[in-house]
Design a protein around this ligand. Structure first.
Ligand SMILES: [Cu+2]
Length: 66
């Protein structure tokens, strides 16, 4: 399980947007986004480049801070 901190989520709509962005990345599964903790976690069925994750989240309008 990989967990990333995300900046900029403020409501359930943001959670949905981040969840969707992550689910669209091939190789990511069991995506779960926690608004209160400002975190997203997921499993990888194959190695996924963290830069790609950052890029997709940024495209959705948010920022990976760690
Ligand atoms: Cu929102």
């Amino acid at each position: 399980m990989t967990t990333v901190k995300i900046k900029g989520m403020s409501c359930q709509h943001c959670v949905m947007a981040v969840t969707k962005a992550l689910k669209e990345i091939e190789g990511l599964q069991d995506v779960s986004v926690d608004l209160g903790k400002a975190e997203a976690s997921f499993n990888q069925s194959k190695p996924v480049d963290k830069e790609l994750v950052k890029e997709r989240i940024k495209k959705a309008g948010y920022e990976v801070v760690s």
